[in-house]
Design a protein around this ligand. Structure first.
Ligand SMILES: NC(=O)c1ccc[n+]([C@@H]2O[C@H](COP(=O)([O-])OP(=O)(O)OC[C@H]3O[C@@H](n4cnc5c(N)ncnc54)[C@H](OP(=O)(O)O)[C@@H]3O)[C@@H](O)[C@H]2O)c1
Length: 330
């Protein structure tokens, strides 16, 4: 069987983990070229062409599917456009770009009738977007609640053990759980982007960022954990959307929760999501919600699903009456 040819956008942590998984596990995938921002950056890729030229990427290398493992933005929109217009699927980990250009991505995918999948963009290796689009597709969801940012959860877990905020942040950065500029994580904005995607796939509604209230973890101090501990509680950054009087109420904020609760026991860089249906059942998903390998694993799962024809087109998000949506994502 001939190998699946992949055009890889990006050459950083996730892209290199993707290459690694393909090579180490001898997957039936051939990465034909990497399209990056700065082609002279050393990245230890020797046998695969690395280019920053879009023309070269499209004219020299033929691929079956585009994998976006970059943090590119609209400057690379024509890459998405050319790929989809030539009837090739796109799978992506690029959450910020997906949320910022949500309608543009989905309209183009619909127009071109190609799958556009992004499991990797929300809680990396945890297959929650797929679950919402398959198992939960015909079930009414009452609530989605979870820990969606591994950096914050690592910091909060360390503070629970007595670390100061600054030390915990430094440690998270040293271990690669937090970026040099951690502001998007600490402010809760990263978790809010992921919650927007979960709301869309879970409730079939598009929300505006501004309709999800936001509070980050920057102002938490050791004393907050001591106070919580006296009540048998700990603190976690919780992203939650639930139906209240027929409306979706959504928020991201640090909350005191029992130490013994399922979310209270999620430690370190793990993520967890609980989905409650209108039937009153709650299912929990826990796993590696960040990092090169977990994110690359999600991209690989999506890659095969997309080539098998799975897409988000017939899910409740698309079937819901758009005129009833109160809010439109930015
Ligand atoms: N790391 C995680 O745990 C994780 C988890 C879930 C989702 N994600 C998402 O996955 C994506 C990649 O994350 P990462 O950790 O691998 O980031 P990273 O190490 O900073 O790598 C980003 C890559 O994007 C490339 N890039 C930026 N602008 C570009 C452009 N205009 N054209 C082509 N390439 C461009 C960069 O190229 P150069 O190398 O040439 O600068 C770099 O290789 C991001 O969107 C991130 O939000 C990451």
């Amino acid at each position: 069987m001939s190998k699946i040819k992949v055009g890889l956008l990006g050459g950083g942590t996730v892209a290199l983990s993707f290459l690694d998984l393909v090579q180490v596990h001898s997957l039936n995938i051939e990465v034909v070229a990497l399209l990056v921002k700065n082609e002279s950056k050393p990245r230890g890729v020797t046998r695969i062409p690395v280019t920053s030229s879009e023309n070269e990427f499209f004219s020299l290398y033929d691929f079956d599917i585009l994998v976006d493992a970059s943090n590119a933005g609209n400057e690379r929109w024509s890459v998405i456009e050319k790929t989809m217009l030539s009837k090739k699927p796109v799978v992506s980990a690029n959450k910020k770009w997906i949320v910022d250009q949500f309608d543009a991505f989905h309209s183009l995918a619909r127009l071109c009738e190609v799958p556009f999948l992004y499991e990797a963009a929300t809680a990396a290796a945890i297959p929650v977007v797929k679950a919402l689009n398959s198992y939960y597709k015909d079930l009414d969801i009452q609530g989605i609640k979870g820990i969606l940012n591994g950096s914050c959860n690592y910091i909060l877990s360390q503070m629970e053990r007595g670390c100061t905020f600054q030390d915990a942040l430094k440690e998270a950065q040293l271990k690669g759980f937090a970026e040099e500029d951690p502001s998007l994580d600490l402010s809760g904005e990263d978790a809010r982007s992921k919650l927007l995607l979960l709301v869309y796939h879970g409730f079939g509604k598009k929300m505006n960022r501004n309709h999800i209230s936001l509070q980050g973890i920057q102002n938490l101090r050791e004393q907050d954990f001591k106070n919580a501990a006296q009540r048998g509680e700990t603190i976690r950054l919780i992203a939650e959307a639930r139906i209240l009087k027929g409306e979706i109420k959504a928020e991201v904020r640090p909350r005191c929760i029992p130490k013994t609760s399922s979310l209270g026991q999620v430690k370190g860089a793990l993520n967890a999501i609980e989905i409650t249906t209108a039937f009153g059942c709650t299912e929990s998903f826990t796993g590696q919600g960040a990092g090169g390998t977990p994110t690359a694993q999600a991209l690989i799962s999506d890659l095969f699903s997309a080539l098998e024809g799975f897409d988000y087109q017939d899910t409740k998000a698309f079937l819901s009456d758009r005129s009833k949506c109160e809010n439109i994502m930015e």
